[in-house]
Structures are given as structure tokens and as C-alpha cells.
Design a binder for this molecule. Structure first.
Ligand SMILES: CCC/C=C/C(=O)SCCNC(=O)CCNC(=O)[C@H](O)C(C)(C)COP(=O)([O-])OP(=O)([O-])OC[C@H]1O[C@@H](n2cnc3c(N)ncnc32)[C@H](O)[C@@H]1OP(=O)([O-])[O-]
Length: 648
């Protein structure tokens, strides 16, 4: 809702109140409109101040409403125009944040005064939509095309100081912006408003406008491959240059509706809430992220080549350092490796996952943190490419390390031959229609980076290959289960990956980073097929997608059914942050819900019938239970299939 207050000195105050972040719901919108009408019809009111309760101006439109019919026409844009056209001056007194629709409300105001700590921006693009309540038409008029394009296509939020320099804010204050706003409003009661209406301005002209747009199109295509929102945002901004305001806002609306109704918007908004829900974990004993206290760690073992670069040596390092635990979401300098707090509080040998995202939007290694009094080893991820790292924290039970580290491997084992095919048909792969394939291809790169001999050693230890393998074991079977010996053969040929200059790919030199497909592999595969009498066949794109992905999804259902993961959202967040799953596809569980559970079940049944020696293709009981309900929404899964006893 929004409160209306009559203030002394001919002023009225409209205050948005919708905890926790004063998001714009239908009730809030109605409240602001009603307040505006009251102020207009009260002839004793000469100016209006708009603010947000509890130190937060407004975090934008309530994201929940984008899955309701209201989203196709919120009426927020009309309200923004109504504010601009208002005959009485409107002053936005901004504190905390003015994001998305919140910033659009501020742009609809004639003056904007903000506290120095305020964050402003248009994060819509990260939710798969665009600032569709006049944002794409007003911001370019106010700050020019290059700066507007930057903010709208990146979704980045900026502090008040930068917003002031860009011309978004009129004043930045160190004290209560409401107090300052009220004071200021008293000084502008009779000032003309024409020049304060952004809609009346023309977009500042720059000589090379076409080149600027072409460059930004190329940049976002490279930076956000597969995402439709960034390019659509550019088109909307282009409309502000091409058309007068009244036409531009119509084009903005059409583009906004196209995005709101897209599957990508649904996936990205799902990811937004999934991340927040995943961080709310707690153990059956009541420990949660919130109740965990922060404690320093003094001894850390760091594994990994990238960490090596950071520490000057490519191998294992024991680092004595003061390492401070930080709350989730806090940005911290890459030099301070941080570990999640709760792992200290819970009993020994608990395993956790660190999901790490670099500040520049790249996903980098996440690994497991193992803690125990004897085993003082932490495997940490580290990105050398960024100074800022954000972390997600997810609770997983003891033993999960094994499960997760083999999560992909498990699903890969069943589909290794297919993966190798995909790798050899690199050109085909790059034309495949879905970038989810990327994570499979990335697997080969990651294996090369980690060293193929690592897995080889593990398999030798398990007696799957090497001297412990009983004589007479068929090369492609272990018991009744199909086995793919190709990675072992690669290792036997000295192809350990990047460190030896060849693995799944060939590299410019040992330890080199420049990779390219290796004709050796194709030749080797032909010989391999001949040796084992494998009839070559064309594997369709659909089959590749289904066998790779559905095996993985099947495994995720098994994990859910065993109570190892707390919810489907947890699994998705792990994939988004750990495996580089394309965010606009939501995560494997969300993806499954969009494909349809019965479709996935049928396909798995088909592939399992054809390949009974690949257990990963045998549909899990949990999937079967759920599919019996048709295609229930993801939120209903655990209620319908029953919540297994938690292993957390
Ligand atoms: C025509 C359309 C044009 C306009 C489009 C828009 O405006 S699109 C919108 C453009 N705006 C954005 O994209 C802003 C998105 N939001 C953010 O970036 C951050 O939440 C933050 C910076 C506002 C606060 O960060 P923080 O680390 O301090 O806190 P936190 O992140 O944990 O959130 C606290 C709680 O608030 C909830 N919640 C938050 N925002 C919204 C929302 N808009 N809606 C609903 N809920 C929202 C959040 O789910 C959580 O709820 P929970 O779990 O407690 O039940």
C-alpha cells in the first residue's frame, strides 16, 4: 500500500509501504495513484513528496506478479506519465534503493534527491524483462544513449554519487533524504515544471549513433549468448531515438510484453527466488545460516592450478592466513578466501558446497569444503579473473561430496560415448540449438584442466581399470554395466589433459591454455569402433540432448527422493553457480518442469529399453511418482511425492 499524509507548508507526502522492500504490487500502485489524486484535488497542496517507508524507496515491481495477468499491463507506465504531467511539482526523496519500477517512479518525479548510500539501476534485464514503465524512453532522454544503454543492458546498480554524475539524481545528501526533500519542496512551489518533464526532452544527439547501437548489439551477443532480454532492451532504447515519446512508449510496451511472456523471463525470475530460498536452509537440529556465528579460520589447504597462479606455484599449498567468514552475498576481495560460517558449528566431517560466481558474471570453480579436527583441509575455489566474488550457500549432508562430485560423472558415464561423439562433431555441436550443451562440452575442458589422470587413478583404485582388473574382463563391461574405457585409453597414451598439452583437446603447449579439437581423437575413435565392432550411426540432436540431460535430471530426482537435497531449487542453484548451467533455463529441475515430467519419463523408459546396461537411464522412483500426477508445478513436487526423511 501507500500512505497519504498532509504535511505543513502546503505539502503532501505519499509514502510507499510494502515490506520487505516496498515492491510495487497492485495495491501499492493503487495507493500511489489515489495519493496523487488526493494531492491534485486538494487546492491547499502546492507540492508532493514521494518516499518509501523503513529507509527503502522501492525495489521495483513485485517480481511475483510477472506470473500473473497483471504483468502485461501494470499501469505503472501510465502512472509515471501522470506524475510527469502533474501540475504540482513531485519530489522523490530516495533512500536505500530505487530499482526497476522504483527508479521509473523517481524518473516520473520532477526532482530526485537521494541519500549517498542509495543504489539505483534497472536490473530488469537480469530477470529477463526490460524497464517497461517508460524506463527505456526516459533514461536515454535524461542521460544520453551510451550511459542509458550501459545501465539498461547490464542491469548493474550504481551508488548515488555515480547516479548524480550521470544526471539521474539532482541532489545527493548525507542525512535523511525525506527531511531534505520536504525542505527542498518548499523552495520550488511556484517554479515552472515544463523543463522538469523528462518526456518533453529529446534524446541528446551524438554523431555516431548507428555505430554505438551496432557495437552494443555485438557486445551483448558476445557477453550474454542465448539471452533474449539484452538485445530486446537495446531495441527498446533505439525506439527512443527513432520515435517521438508517444510512439516510443508503445514500442517499449510491445517489447516488454514479448519478454514478460517468454520462457526465459520465467526461468530467470525462478532463479532469483530459488537463490533466496536456497540460502534459507536449516539443519534438523535448528542450525541455519542466520544463527551461525562468524569465526575465523587459521589454516587452509588450497588445491588447484588457478589458486596456484595466485600463490606462485601450481600445486598444493598450505596457507596460513587469517581467513574471515563473511555472510552470504557479501562481496569480498578475491585475496581473502572466505569459507561459510556454519561449517564450523556443525559436527566434524560435514561437507558443504561453495558455489562461487565472479563479479564479472563468470561462473568459476566451486568445490567442497571439508572440515574436521583431523582433516583440516578445505578445497576452495578461486577465480583469478575477478576481484569480487559472491557466494551462495547451500546445505548438503555428509556424503554429498561424493554424490555431487560424481553427479555429472554418474550421468556422464551413461552417456560418455555420446559426449565423445559430440566432442568430435564440434562443428555440429556449435550449431546445436541449446546452450545447455555447453556444460557438457565444458566438462571436457574441465577434465583436461583438472587432469585426466585424477579420475584414472580413482578408477584404478576401484578396480575398474589397471592391474586390479580381473583378467578376462570385457573392455566395455563391468559386471552387467556398460563401461566406457576411452578416458583410460587416453591416459594410457599419456594424454593427461592440459598439463601434458593433450587430452580431450590438443593445446598449444604443455600447461598451455589455447585448445583446439584434436584430429587424433577422431582417428582414434574410428579405430576404437572397428576394434569393438561398433556400427557408426548418426545420432540426432534430440537424442544427444535427451540422453545427456535426462540422465542428469533422473539423477537429480533420485537425490531428491533420497532426501539428500533439500529441494529442487537447491539442485538448480548448485547447477547455476557451480556448473555454468545457462541461467535463462533456470536449472535442470526447472528445465524438467518445462519439458514435462511424463515426457522425460517416457524418453528415459525408451532409452533404458534400448540400453538396459546403462543404469543411469532407468527412471528413478521419485520421477515415476511425480509423473503419475501429470506435470505438477515444481513447488508442488515435494508435497505430492512425499518428503523423504532428510539426510541433512
Ligand atoms: C512494467 C515493469 C517494469 C518494471 C519492472 C521491475 O521493477 S522488475 C523488479 C526490478 N527490481 C529488482 O530486480 C530488484 C530485485 N531485488 C534485489 O536486487 C534485492 O532483493 C535488493 C537489492 C532489493 C535487496 O537485497 P537484500 O540482499 O537486502 O535482500 P534479498 O535479496 O534477500 O531480498 C529481501 C526480500 O525481498 C524480496 N524481494 C526483493 N526484491 C523484490 C521484488 N522486486 N519483488 C518481490 N520481492 C522482492 C526477496 O525475495 C526477499 O524476500 P524473502 O526471501 O525475504 O521472502
Amino acid at each position: 500500500m501507500a500512505e497519504y499524509l498532509r504535511l505543513p507548508h502546503s505539502l503532501a507526502l505519499i509514502r510507499i509501504r510494502n515490506p520487505p522492500v516496498n515492491a510495487i504490487s497492485p495495491a501499492v500502485l493503487y495507493g500511489i495513484k489515489e495519493g496523487l489524486q488526493k494531492a491534485v484535488s486538494d487546492h491547499t497542496v502546492k507540492a508532493i513528496v514521494i518516499s518509501g517507508a523503513d529507509g527503502k524507496f522501492c525495489a521495483g515491481v513485485d517480481i511475483h506478479v510477472f506470473s500473473t495477468p497483471w504483468s502485461s499491463d501494470t499501469g505503472l507506465g501510465d502512472l509515471v506519465d501522470e506524475m510527469q504531467r502533474n501540475k504540482k511539482p513531485v519530489v522523490a526523496a530516495i533512500e536505500g534503493m530505487a530499482l526497476g519500477g522504483g527508479l521509473e517512479l523517481a524518473l516520473g518525479s520532477h526532482y530526485r534527491i537521494a541519500h549517498v548510500q542509495t543504489e539505483t539501476g534497472f536490473p530488469e534485464v537480469t530477470l529477463g524483462i526490460l524497464p517497461g514503465a517508460r524506463g527505456t524512453q526516459l533514461l536515454p532522454r535524461l542521460i544520453g544513449i551510451p550511459a542509458a544503454l550501459d545501465l539498461i543492458t547490464s542491469g548493474r546498480c550504481i551508488l548515488a554519487g555515480e547516479a548524480f554524475k550521470l544526471g539521474i539524481l539532482d541532489k545527493v545528501v548525507n542525512s535523511d533524504p525525506l527531511e531534505k526533500g520536504i525542505k527542498f519542496a518548499r523552495t520550488i512551489l511556484d517554479q515552472p515544471l515544463e523543463c522538469r518533464r523528462i518526456m518533453n526532452k529529446t534524446v541528446p544527439n551524438v554523431p555516431n549513433m548507428d555505430a554505438i547501437f551496432s557495437e552494443v548489439f555485438a557486445k551483448v551477443r558476445k557477453q550474454y549468448p542465448g539471452y533474449i532480454a539484452p538485445e530486446t532492451c537495446i531495441r527498446a532504447v533505439q525506439a527512443s531515438v527513432k520515435h517521438p515519446y508517444e510512439v516510443g512508449i508503445k514500442e517499449e510496451k510491445e517489447l516488454a510484453v514479448y519478454l514478460v511472456e517468454s520462457g526465459q523471463a520465467r526461468a530467470l525470475q525462478y532463479a532469483f527466488f530459488a537463490e533466496r530460498n536456497a540460502n534459507k536452509w536449516s539443519t534438523p537440529s535448528g542450525v541455519s545460516w542466520k544463527t551461525a556465528s562468524v569465526r575465523p579460520i587459521s589454516l587452509v589447504g588450497v588445491l588447484g592450478k588457478h589458486v596456484g597462479e595466485f600463490l606462485d606455484s601450481p600445486h598444493l599449498h598450505m596457507v596460513r592466513a587469517a581467513i574471515y567468514l563473511v555472510p552470504s552475498g557479501v562481496k569480498f576481495c578475491g585475496k581473502h578466501i572466505a569459507v561459510l560460517a556454519p561449517l564450523i558449528l556443525i559436527q566434524v566431517h560435514e561437507l558443504f558446497i561453495l558455489c562461487v560466481r565472479t563479479g564479472d558474471g563468470n561462473f568459476f570453480f566451486f568445490f567442497f569444503v571439508v572440515l574436521g579436527p583431523e582433516l583440516r583441509t578445505y578445497t576452495l575455489s578461486h577465480s583469478t579473473s575477478s576481484q569480487l566474488i559472491e557466494m551462495e550457500n547451500i546445505l548438503v549432508p555428509r556424503g554429498w561430496g561424493e554424490v555431487v562430485s560424481t553427479f555429472l560423472t554418474i550421468s556422464n558415464n551413461g552417456t560418455m560415448n555420446i559426449h565423445v561423439q559430440v566432442l568430435c562433431r564440434h562443428t555440429v555441436f556449435s550449431s546445436l540449438r541449446d546452450s545447455i550443451y555447453v556444460i557438457y562440452i565444458r566438462n571436457f575442458r574441465v577434465s583436461d584442466l583438472a587432469g585426466l589422470d585424477v579420475g584414472w587413478k580413482g578408477r584404478k583404485g576401484q578396480g575398474l581399470t589397471g592391474p586390479a582388473l580381473p583378467p578376462g574382463t570385457p573392455a566395455r563391461k563391468r559386471g552387467n554395466i556398460r563401461y566406457c574405457p576411452i578416458p583410460d585409453i587416453l591416459c594410457e597414451s599419456g594424454r593427461f589433459g592440459q598439463k601434458t598439452g593433450k587430452g580431450w583437446y590438443q593445446y598449444d603447449k604443455p600447461l598451455g591454455r589455447i585448445h583446439k579439437p584434436d584430429p587424433w581423437l577422431s582417428k582414434f575413435l574410428s579405430q576404437y569402433r572397428e576394434t569393438y565392432h561398433i556400427e557408426p550411426r548418426v545420432i540426432s540432436q534430440d537424442e544427444i540432448l535427451e540422453r545427456c540431460l535426462y540422465a542428469l535430471i533422473n539423477e537429480a530426482f533420485r537425490i531428491l527422493g533420497e532426501g539428500i537435497a533439500a529441494s529442487p531449487e537447491h539442485i538448480d542453484v548448485i547447477y547455476l553457480h557451480g556448473y555454468g548451467w545457462p541461467r535463462y533455463r533456470g536449472g535442470p529441475m526447472f528445465y524438467a518442469s518445462t519439458v514435462g515430467l511424463s515426457t522425460i519419463l517416457e524418453k528415459l523408459q525408451k532409452y533404458y529399453r534400448q540400453n538396459p546396461d546403462i543404469p543411469q537411464l532407468e527412471p528413478s522412483n521419485y520421477l515415476k511418482k511425480l509423473a503419475a500426477h501429470g506435470n505438477p508445478p515444481l513447488k508442488e513436487w515435494q508435497r505430492l511425492a512425499g518428503t523423504p526423511s532428510s539426510k541433512l
